[in-house]
Design a protein around this ligand. Structure first.
Ligand SMILES: C[S@@+](CC[C@H](N)C(=O)[O-])C[C@H]1O[C@@H](n2cnc3c(N)ncnc32)[C@H](O)[C@@H]1O
Length: 237
């Protein structure tokens, strides 16, 4: 898959066409331009992201999709300083909050892009990515909106091509319905299951887990968190 097999257009309005940019939009291409990329600038880095971090081709580069206000993003960037991290977010305020939080935590290995994750192949090339974190994606609870859910057979097929062998997808959700939808899609994909639990906080993985902002809201209500991790095995099969 050297070239994108299919380019779906993002559902996003392009930043440069916004008639009344907010302070966050202005910051994206202004104060934070060195670490934050709008759709147009993000596409220019396709296949060459490691260079923006001054890293070599063999160095690890991870992706978080839907950073929200960036607590995990900042934590991950600063606690895995030997790896590079890209965040992807569609909304401007959380995007700026995320990169600001990472910078304030002292992380120099974090960048963030404004892009629609359903079109990842626009900005990443074959095997450009290592681990991928998808935490509490929008659940789209109504049946007529399920088509908008991120986890789809085609999405996993594309991710498979973009990820390096030996890398994993970390998926957490507060929605039982979304989990029951996603798990069979993971199972039918080329990825192999490493972990799966219907109650992360009562599982063996609770101690190593970082509680994201959305996760904390559901934990306060006493709701379980659904979690799985799927791997593209080291042999790439
Ligand atoms: C429910 S929040 C979860 C935020 C964070 N991961 C957490 O656990 O606290 C989902 C986030 O994903 C972002 N998002 C939704 N659809 C997206 C897409 N297609 N591409 C990139 N980000 C998206 C939203 O703007 C929102 O910030």
């Amino acid at each position: 898959m050297d070239q994108p097999q299919r380019i779906r257009r993002p559902r996003l309005v392009e930043t440069k066409t916004l008639p009344n940019p907010t302070e966050y939009v202005i910051a994206l291409n202004g104060k934070f331009a060195e670490w934050a990329y709008d759709e147009e600038r993000a596409k220019e880095h396709r296949g060459a992201w490691r260079k923006t971090y001054g890293k070599s081709p063999a160095d690890p580069l991870d992706l978080e999709i839907g950073t929200g206000n960036g607590y995990f993003f900042a934590h991950r960037a600063s606690s895995a300083a030997d790896r590079s991290l890209i965040g992807m977010e569609v909304k401007y305020k959380p995007l700026i909050q995320s990169i600001r939080r990472a910078r304030n935590a002292g992380a120099t290995n974090a960048r963030i892009v404004r892009y629609d994750a359903s079109c990842l192949e626009d900005i990443f090339a074959d095997e450009e990515l290592n681990h991928v974190f998808i935490h509490h994606p929008d659940p789209w609870p109504r049946q007529r909106d399920w088509k908008h859910r991120l986890i789809q057979p085609e999405f996993l097929k594309i991710l498979w091509g973009l990820m390096r062998p030996g890398s994993f997808i970390n998926f957490k959700t507060d929605s039982e319905d979304y989990y029951d939808w996603a798990l069979p899609i993971f199972e039918a994909s080329q990825f192999q299951k490493l972990r799966a639990t219907r109650d992360l906080h009562k599982s063996a993985w609770a101690t190593e887990n970082f509680i994201t902002h959305f996760e904390s809201l559901f934990l306060q209500k006493g709701q379980p968190i659904f979690y799985c991790r799927y791997e593209k095995s080291a042999t790439g099969r």
